[in-house]
Design a protein around this ligand. Structure first.
Ligand SMILES: [Zn+2]
Ligand SMILES: [Zn+2]
Length: 296
C-alpha cells in the first residue's frame, strides 16, 4: 500500500492511495485542490489522473471537492460517498442552501451513473482495497472517515471532525497509518483574528479537532504492540503551525507516559506531503530498531 498526501489544510485536501500489484488500484480520498494542481501532483507521484479508479469523499465542502467537476469531465472516475453527501453534489438547489460553509460552490453536477453510494457505517471492496466508512461529527450533510485495508495494512483517515466518537476510535485503533486532523491550537484560535461566530463554529462539536483533541484521540487508541505512523492533517494556516501541532501532540503523549519510539509523527503540509509505502516499511531499519528495543 502506498499513501501520498497531495495537499492538506483549509486550502485543499487530497490523499492518494495505491494498492495491489504495481499499485493497480488507485484511489483519492477527497479532491479539494485546483484540478491543475491536483494533476501536477499526481504526476509527481508517477500517477496519471486517468489511472484514478475512484474518488472517496469525506464530505461535500469545497476544500475536499474542488477538483471534482473538471476531474469528472476529463477522466470520469467513480465518486464514492454517503448518499446524503452525493445528493448535495447532484442536487444544485440544495447545494445553494449549504453554500455558506463551503465558500465557492461546485457548479458542475455529478453524473449519477458515476457515483457509488456508500452509507456511513458500511463497507465495500474496490479492486485491491477494502473500504470501511464511518460517521464523524462535522457540519456537513453526512461526513465520514475511512478505514482502508489492503495486503494486511490499514490506513485510517479522519479529517474535518469537531469531536471524537467511540466509532471513530474503533477505526483509528486499527490503523498502521493514521491521518488525523489537528486543525488548530485552541489559544491561538481564541485570540486570533477570526470572528466570534467562526471561532464558535470551529470549536463546536461539529467543527474541527484541535491539537489537544487529536492528542487525546491518539492516546485513546495507543497501541503497544508495534510501530505506528501518524500524520497530523488539515492544519489551519492562521490558527496553527506544524511546530505547534507536533510539540503539542508530543507533549501530551509524553505526559501520558507513551513511548515516542513507537510512533512516527509528522505534519502534512499544504503542498505535496510525505509518502508512506508499506512494502518498503518492512525493510525499513526503523522497524528493526524497534524490534531490538522490545528485546531489551
Ligand atoms: Zn469541512
Ligand atoms: Zn476541510
Amino acid at each position: 500500500m502506498r499513501v501520498i498526501s497531495l495537499g492538506s489544510g483549509s486550502s485543499g485536501n487530497a490523499l492518494l492511495i495505491e494498492a495491489g500489484p504495481n499499485g493497480r488500484t488507485r484511489l483519492l480520498v477527497d479532491a479539494g485542490l485546483p484540478c491543475r494542481t491536483l494533476i501536477n501532483r499526481l504526476h509527481l507521484a508517477d500517477v496519471s489522473p486517468a489511472q484514478i479508479l475512484a474518488v472517496l469523499l469525506t464530505h461535500e465542502h469545497n476544500d475536499h471537492t474542488l477538483a471534482l467537476p473538471t476531474l469528472l469531465k476529463r477522466y470520469d472516475p467513480l465518486v464514492i460517498s454517503d448518499p446524503a453527501t452525493l445528493a448535495t453534489l447532484v442536487d444544485d438547489s440544495r447545494q445553494e442552501s449549504h453554500a455558506t460553509t463551503c465558500g465557492k460552490r461546485l457548479t458542475a453536477l455529478l453524473p449519477l451513473r458515476r457515483t457509488l453510494a456508500l452509507p456511513a457505517g458500511s463497507s465495500c471492496l474496490l479492486g485491491d482495497i477494502e473500504i470501511v466508512s464511518f460517521p464523524v461529527p462535522h457540519d456537513a450533510a453526512a461526513p465520514c472517515g475511512y478505514l482502508l485495508s489492503a495486503g494486511g495494512c490499514r490506513v485510517c483517515v479522519v479529517v474535518d471532525s469537531g469531536s471524537v466518537t467511540p466509532i471513530m476510535l474503533e477505526a483509528m485503533r486499527q490503523a498502521d497509518l493514521l491521518v488525523l486532523e489537528a486543525n488548530h491550537d485552541r489559544d491561538r484560535l481564541l485570540h486570533g483574528p477570526y470572528t466570534y461566530a467562526l471561532k464558535m463554529r470551529i470549536l463546536s462539536p461539529t467543527g474541527h479537532l484541535s491539537n489537544e483533541q487529536a492528542a487525546q484521540a491518539i492516546l485513546q487508541t495507543w497501541r503497544t504492540d508495534g510501530l505506528r505512523w501518524i500524520w497530523l492533517a488539515h492544519l489551519s494556516q492562521v490558527n496553527n503551525t506544524p511546530q505547534l501541532a507536533l510539540r503539542s501532540v508530543q507533549r501530551h503523549l509524553v505526559e501520558a507516559g507513551a513511548a515516542l519510539q513507537q510512533v512516527h509523527l509528522a505534519t502534512l503540509p499544504r503542498t505535496m506531503g510525505p509518502a508512506w509505502d508499506s512494502t518498503r516499511l518492512w525493510h525499513d531499519e526503523h522497524w528493526w530498531r524497534y524490534e531490538t528495543l522490545i528485546e531489551r
